[in-house]
Design a protein around this ligand. Structure first.
Ligand SMILES: Nc1nc2c(ncn2[C@@H]2O[C@H](COP(=O)(O)OP(=O)(O)OP(=O)(O)O)[C@@H](O)[C@H]2O)c(=O)[nH]1
Length: 360
């Protein structure tokens, strides 16, 4: 399943679960009421079906509480419920008003299953209900009147269209909110939450495909001075400028994020610590060479960077952030404007094991 679809399912789960629980309670109450009524009237097959549906709904109520397979349980409720509805429509004892329940199908199936499956289920079961209606009532001139039929068709189309439009706009708003929650407002990069989601996805892929994965933690040097000397607005521009320079040098498959303040993080997919160090070096040189001018005065920017690799420096994001952070602060202690990574890295870096004694 693609990640956006999976994210949409995850976002929708709490409200779908809530709708399902309400429907199950209504089914239980309705099943007891109509089952007793039909039993009393002697309509035993319908009464038994309704009592069975009541018991099944009670079981589902228990099952859906903590399940991770909510979509399957929804289908396990909705399909028998709709089949029972079709059987009830077909039974000779059922009155014509029972067809009113069919109008619930698009609302319930869209609320429970979203726009794609909701639309499919609505179309299939409403078409079956229409066929049953025509077969049962084709002798009734009042019900077969063109105006009555047109009324029912238009009402059905309206309900399908409204339910579908509601689901589309709900999905869109949820995605926009999610996007905003994972984006840094100033630079437009991912924020820490966005980096976390991206890292976990790439970590799974890296483990599955046995590929390396590297993390950079990047901090602008003496950034307080930029703010103090040029003002906060110029500081903001400098952050955006550095972000753009770095973004240009990364592959589209990598992720650059602003972790907060003047600190950035980069997840480099399919990259070893050695290559990540070379990339970090390129980023450092690009930002140091970048020409940012504020009111005719150049703003000089440099960065310190710590590098870590999955499986070498830790097996989770927290461990990699700590390792990269530790190296970043070592870079600061050694005079800033440099990259520090694991011991086996390139010539322009200071190995951790060599540099460590200077800070103790
Ligand atoms: N303009 C601007 N400044 C910010 C933002 N977030 C954090 N800062 C500033 O970044 C500066 C960070 O200062 P410090 O933590 O002392 O670090 P530094 O001056 O970069 O020094 P080193 O990191 O040790 O090289 C502070 O002055 C913050 O106000 C922001 O969104 N915009």
């Amino acid at each position: 399943m693609d990640t956006q679809l999976e994210t949409l399912h995850q976002l929708a789960r709490p409200h779908r679960r809530a709708v399902l629980v309400v429907l199950l309670w209504i089914t239980i109450a309705g099943g007891i009421f109509f089952g007793s009524l039909n039993f009393y009237r002697g309509a035993y097959p319908i009464a038994v079906t309704e009592f069975l549906m009541t018991g099944y709904s009670g079981y589902l109520l228990y099952a859906v509480r903590h399940t991770r397979l909510l979509e399957r349980w929804i289908l396990a409720y909705l399909l028998p419920f709709l089949v029972a509805m079709m059987i009830a429509l077909w039974t000779p004892q059922a009155s014509a008003t029972v067809f009113g329940w069919v109008l619930l199908i698009p609302l319930v199936s869209h609320l429970l299953l979203g726009r794609r499956l909701g639309l499919l289920i609505s179309l299939v079961f409403m078409a079956i209900a229409a066929v049953i209606f025509l077969l049962r009532n084709h002798h009734d001139p009042e019900l077969m009147d063109i105006r009555s039929i047109a009324n029912m068709v238009v009402l059905s189309i309206c309900l399908i269209a409204f339910s579908h439009a509601y689901e589309i706009s709900r999905e869109r708003s949820e995605l926009q909110l999610l996007q905003a929650a994972r984006t840094d407002f100033l630079t437009g990069l991912a924020n820490r939450a966005g980096l976390t989601v991206f890292f976990h996805r790439e970590q799974k892929r890296a483990l599955r495909e046995q590929q390396p994965l590297a993390l950079l933690v990047i901090d602008l040097d003496y950034f307080k001075r930029v703010n103090d000397q040029f003002g906060h607005e110029a500081g903001d521009r400098a952050l955006v400028h550095a972000a753009e320079l770095m973004q240009r040098r990364l592959r589209s498959t990598d992720l650059l994020a602003r972790l907060g303040g003047e600190e950035f993080g980069a997840v480099l997919v399919n990259t070893t610590s050695t290559t990540a160090t070379e990339v970090a070096e390129e980023l450092r040189l690009a930002v140091a060479a970048g020409k940012l001018v504020h009111e005719s005065q150049p703003i000089a920017l440099t960065m310190s960077i710590g590098v870590a690799q999955l499986g070498v420096d830790g097996d989770n994001l927290q461990a990699l952030l700590s390792a990269a952070d530790e190296r970043l602060y070592l870079a600061k202690d050694l005079g800033r404007n440099r990259v520090i990574s694991a011991p086996q890295t390139g010539p322009d870096t200071v190995p951790v094991w060599q540099a460590r004694p200077s800070i103790f």
